[in-house]
Ligand binder design. Structure first.
Ligand SMILES: Nc1ncnc2c1ncn2[C@@H]1O[C@H](COP(=O)(O)OP(=O)(O)OP(=O)(O)O)[C@@H](O)[C@H]1O
Ligand SMILES: [Mg+2]
Length: 249
């Protein structure tokens, strides 16, 4: 469904942040991207969704091939209509209600009628368990609830794939579970997801495939069970054990 090949990205002439990333995603895949801070995970997601322009690379999306550097605005718009992005800090409009946050992109970006947008929004909000809070403003919600609204906003547009960048890392520990549960449900429903996360439980139990990045490169990739039970690379092993230690302390 989505494939990227040999993606490179620098922000200045001296340091390359992405050093040739390849990634293949099939429909229904839930791929976890792990890696230490600064390894380029966010940059990769941002390049995949053209929030950042790669220096070079090829994308194949739904059978169409794109040069990720030279891609046209109209192609980006077309690709974005099939994708959604969930940020670490929710990125909700603070002066808009839950319902308005979810319908806004549908009525303005996708030119849906108000009533169709409301139906799609309500359906998405039900799926994340937030349909009873449609008139609330973000400041009246917990971080976990805000993130579920942000997920609903992505879902409402009926994307083929959702990208998540550390969706639970801004949350208090007791709120992480409700967001992971929503993501687990989406995975069970067959949603295709690419998730940057430090949640080892999610990576191990929900995602079907894990990709470990360090220093702008993919160091190791494998089906989740294999990745955790039998990591091949020393760097992967030390990363897994450092994260697990952090979780215990
Ligand atoms: N807009 C930017 N301009 C300059 N350098 C940047 C920019 N965005 C990211 N970088 C640099 O690129 C490197 C990778 O950053 P990135 O945010 O992709 O890492 P990450 O793996 O997501 O880290 P974290 O786990 O902390 O979120 C870092 O050294 C960062 O300083
Ligand atoms: Mg990041």
């Amino acid at each position: 469904m989505l494939e990227i090949k040999n993606v490179h990205k620098s922000f200045d002439a001296h340091t390359e942040i992405l050093k040739g990333i390849d990634l293949k995603i099939n429909k229904g895949d839930v791929i976890a991207i792990l890696g230490p801070s600064g390894s380029g995970k966010t940059t990769l997601l941002r390049c995949i969704n053209y929030l950042e322009r790669a220096d070079s690379g090829t994308m194949i999306f739904d059978g169409e091939e794109y040069d990720m550097h030279a891609i046209s605005k109209s192609s980006i718009t077309r690709i974005r209509k099939k994708t959604a992005f969930v940020f670490q800090n929710y990125n909700l409009f603070l002066n808009k209600t839950v319902l308005q946050n979810v319908t806004l992109g549908l009525t303005s970006g996708r030119k849906m009628s108000r009533s169709d947008a409301k139906d799609a929004a309500m359906d998405a909000l039900k799926r994340v368990g937030m349909a009873d809070r449609i008139d609330a403003f973000p400041h009246q919600l917990s971080g976990g609830q805000q993130q579920r609204v942000a997920i609903a906003r992505g879902l409402a547009a009926n994307p083929e794939i959702i990208y998540f960048d550390e969706p639970t890392s801004a949350l208090d520990p007791e709120l992480i579970g409700e967001v992971l549960n929503v993501m687990r449900h989406l995975a069970e429903e067959g949603m295709t997801m690419l998730v940057v996360t430090h949640e080892m439980g999610f990576a191990r139990n929900v995602s079907n495939y894990v990709l470990f990045m360090d220093d702008g490169k993919v160091i190791e990739q494998a089906p989740s069970k294999e990745f955790f039970s039998n990591p091949r690379e020393e760097r992967t092993r030390s990363f897994i054990s450092s994260i697990l230690k952090k979780g215990e302390s």
